[in-house]
Design a protein around this ligand. Structure first.
Ligand code: ADP
Ligand code: ASP
Ligand code: MG
Length: 406
């Protein structure tokens, strides 16, 4: 007998029929003798609908109140799933994040989980009940509702699995596992049966939205295996196990290709090339809580240098404003920005022990006439910024170049 945490995403609970199918699957696990805790997202499209409502009323309003609204989607699905289970003869009990007490910090819309009280869930499990918990939400010490960032139900799932010391965290979604790249972009993407938590962490941080990055951070930190599988078609037995490295894992150079259209590029030209200049530019940016991703500083000449960096598109206007003010103060030549960029990354633990991976990537892109604007590397990743219009081509070209196609 095992304790399993299962998380079902928006499309998996997108209609009454889908919710009934989830209930059937949960009951199947119960009948095999397992304890089951289920985390659910809002029905597909619901969180977007709530965001649109907020934007129609007061887009610049208080983050606390926005979270009150955003958290309602999941409250509906926990109740519906508990009712579906009850109707099928399986005792169940639903909890919102606040009720089960998923304690978070007060960073509304991107709150971090601090602690989880596992006592009520354990009590229910001991009574043979299925526990159904709302994903994507928590509560602060003062009792305010918080949300964990888009895609945050994955994080609720893994955090509950860690708190309950579950055997596995199963993420049920609309694909039967993690693929070499997003199968919606490259139809020849191939299924990956196993990959390391470290590789998944890098894939997620480079933009693969199949798992929210924080969920993988949690799993990595506490060594919790994640299994990604389809809630639509689990008869084929396919899934992806994301776990620590083991002998069963196939050794490959590049495991997958991730991409991200969410960033924008900013450049400040002709700033004085002197100690402290990077801080004078990036300090004011980070003081306003804008996260900077890639950074490039050109080699200086004539005592001046150019500085380029990327931020999330949502922060672009704000960052541009700050940069313009700085340009005046620092006597810079000009500020430029571009929102039509994309980042493509190749990821694989095999890179650690092999040279030449980056140059193979650059050659493949060069051959297609795709210009590289910025580059950043880590031990198991090479990421490049390119024009957004070439993104899909770049993904396909790299997929082919590294032999990932099926
Ligand atoms: P859910 O609503 O279940 O949380 P998501 O839409 O958040 O589902 O995540 C599943 C989607 O992630 C897939 O439909 C797929 O388009 C996308 N995706 C992106 N990269 C990958 C990848 N490397 N492998 C599989 N799916 C990916
Ligand atoms: N419902 C939330 C969202 O759409 C959380 C989630 O689905 O994981 O982002
Ligand atoms: Mg998701």
């Amino acid at each position: 007998m095992a304790l399993i945490v299962q998380k079902y995403g928006g499309t998996s609970v997108g209609s009454p029929e889908r919710i009934a199918a989830v209930a059937d699957r949960v009951i199947k696990w119960r009948q095999q003798g397992h304890d089951v805790v289920v985390v659910v997202s809002a029905m597909s499209g619901e969180t977007n609908r709530l965001v649109a409502l907020i934007n129609a009323i007061n887009p610049r309003g208080s983050e606390r109140e926005k979270d009150v609204i955003l958290a309602t989607g999941e409250q509906v699905t926990i109740g519906l799933l508990a009712l579906a289970l009850e109707q099928k003869g399986q005792a169940a009990r639903s909890y919102t994040g606040a009720q089960v007490r998923i304690l978070t910090d007060n960073a509304h819309s991107k709150a971090r989980i601090i602690a989880i009280d596992d006592a009520p869930m354990r009590r229910d499990l001991a009574e043979g009940k299925v526990v159904v918990v709302a994903g994507f939400q928590g509560v602060t010490e003062e009792g305010s509702v918080t949300t964990l960032g888009r895609g945050g139900s994955d994080t609720t799932g893994v955090a509950l699995a860690v708190a309950l010391k579950a055997d596995e965290c199963q993420i049920y979604t609309d694909v039967d596992g993690v693929y070499t790249t997003d199968p919606r972009i490259e139809s020849r993407a191939t299924h990956i049966p196993r990959l390391t938590l470290e590789e998944m962490l890098e894939m997620a941080s480079q933009g693969s939205k199949v798992l929210q990055i924080r969920s993988v951070e949690f799993a990595y930190k506490y060594d919790m295996p994640i299994r990604v599988l389809s809630s639509f078609d689990d008869e084929n037995g396919k899934s992806t196990l994301v776990t620590r490295e083991d002998e069963v894992m196939e050794q490959v150079l590049v495991r997958g290709i991730a991409f991200n259209r969410d960033e924008a590029q900013l450049t400040i030209r002709g700033v004085p090339d002197r100690p402290g200049i990077a801080y004078s530019i990036l300090g004011p940016i980070s003081d306003t809580n804008i996260e900077v991703d890639m950074i490039v500083q050109n080699v200086g000449s004539d005592g001046s240098t150019d500085f380029t960096f990327t931020v999330h598109k949502n922060d672009y206007d704000k960052a541009f404003g700050i940069l313009n003010n700085l340009a005046a103060q620092l006597g810079a030549k000009e500020c430029k920005g571009d929102e039509k960029i994309a980042k493509v990354s190749i990821v694989g633990a095999g890179m650690r022990s092999h040279a030449g991976v980056a140059s193979k990537m650059f050659a493949a892109l060069g051959k297609e006439g795709i210009n590289i604007r910025m580059i950043s590397t880590s031990e198991i990743k090479v990421a490049v910024v390119i024009d957004e219009k070439y993104l899909e081509l770049a993904v396909r070209v790299l997929h082919e170049a590294f032999g990932l196609a099926g």
